[in-house]
Design a protein around this ligand. Structure first.
Ligand code: SF4
Length: 367
């Protein structure tokens, strides 16, 4: 930042905001000044790209147009609309926070970053984003896009994940922030990172005129932009084999189980099953886990689907099997939150993790 004096910083704000005013992408939440809509969009965008989040956002706002509607809705309805978007704790936190906003703040979202931070699911970035975009507060944001722009702008080759460097980046973002249009400035920085100062090939390399900041950018001047920010060496994520059973009873109903609170995918429904132990086949894992989770002995009939799925820190191969119960015992929730026998036609109204969708399609095709 040392290479930018106050005059250059004013120039940077002017250039960036002018670029944003003409080049920003249309997004449904950008048409809105409604703090609730901006909050929903920020939560959806935490781990999801704009293109993927847009349809979800539109469906969500049609179903829950105000914080009161969300607070009054059952969590299952919210999870069903979130189905496929992943990182389901975002949805549960949003639902919990909506209830708090209604009960504690009379339905009005707090307007400062520090008060927003007290709500479930809102961290430093999201609090600053909502406060600046919805309430025009002078709060800078720092996300992956902004980190990329700032490290290149300052030709900074230190690891941005190191806490001292990260603190400096926050301070840089605060120093650059436009005092008059903080929300637009924050969105402009993120938009520049997404559209121009892109991870693999920043547009300035082809033509410096494509970036409004190229005249002020130390990374561009040094020819190092493409090498920044410094990346940590990639570790290969662990892989797990999962076996799960689609158990049918004599009436053709399917057994589903709701995952326990507190863990991954909490509150979602799935077929009983789990990780194969060392040397165990997926079918045996499905049978063992069904006994452990819901207390039923089963007989595997045939394979249904094999699906590869990547989570943030690991990958799975999910094998599902058609099975019938062989014990007379009733299914009960032992290591799950709840069990239900459901007619296949009703499965569509339950929220399942994405990895189960091929199996759900298979069941629907059998009807
Ligand atoms: S000049 Fe290049 S590296 Fe610098 S901010 Fe613009 S796109 Fe990024």
């Amino acid at each position: 930042m040392d290479h930018l004096d106050n005059n250059a910083i004013r120039q940077l704000r002017r250039r960036l905001l002018k670029w944003y005013d003409t080049h920003q992408r249309q997004m449904p939440w950008r048409d809105s000044r409604d703090p609730y809509a901006i909050w929903v969009s920020e939560i959806m965008l935490q781990q999801t790209r704009v293109a993927a989040a847009t349809d979800y956002f539109n469906r969500w706002m049609a179903a829950f147009p105000a914080v009161e509607t969300l607070a009054a809705a059952p969590l299952d309805d919210a999870l069903k609309l979130w189905e496929g978007l992943g990182y389901y704790s975002r949805c549960r936190n949003l639902h919990n926070a909506a209830k708090l906003v209604v009960s504690e703040f009379d339905g009005a979202l707090p307007t400062t970053a520090s008060s927003l931070l007290a709500l479930p699911g809102i961290g430093r970035y999201t609090a600053a984003a909502i406060a600046s975009i919805a309430f025009n507060r002078r709060e800078a944001v720092l996300d992956g896009n902004v980190i990329r722009v700032l490290t290149r702008l300052c030709n900074d080759d230190r690891d941005p994940r190191a806490s001292a460097v990260n603190n400096e980046l926050w301070a840089r973002a605060e120093r650059l922030l436009s005092p008059t249009r903080p929300g637009d400035f924050n969105q402009a920085m993120m938009e520049l990172g997404a559209m121009v100062c892109t991870p693999k090939s920043p547009r300035c390399v082809d033509d410096p005129k494509l970036c409004p900041l190229s005249k002020l950018c130390a990374g561009f001047a040094a020819g190092t932009a493409e090498t920044l920010p410094k990346k940590a060496p990639k570790k290969k994520p662990p892989h797990y084999t999962i076996g799960a059973a689609v158990v049918m009873d004599s009436r053709g109903r399917v057994l589903i189980a709701r995952r326990k609170e507190g863990g991954m995918l909490a509150g979602l429904w799935e077929f009983p099953g789990g990780k194969a132990e060392s040397g165990e086949s997926p079918a045996d894992a499905a049978a063992r886990e069904t006994a452990e989770e819901v207390g039923l002995d089963i007989e595997i009939i045939e394979p249904i689907a094999t699906v590869e799925h990547a989570f943030s820190h690991f990958r799975i191969t999910l094998h599902t099997f058609l099975a019938r119960k062989t014990s007379r015992r009733r299914a009960k929730a032992i290591d799950v939150a709840e069990v239900r026998w459901v007619p296949p036609a009703d499965l569509a109204s339950f929220a399942f993790p994405k990895a189960n969708h091929a199996t759900l399609r298979w069941i629907a095709d059998q009807q």
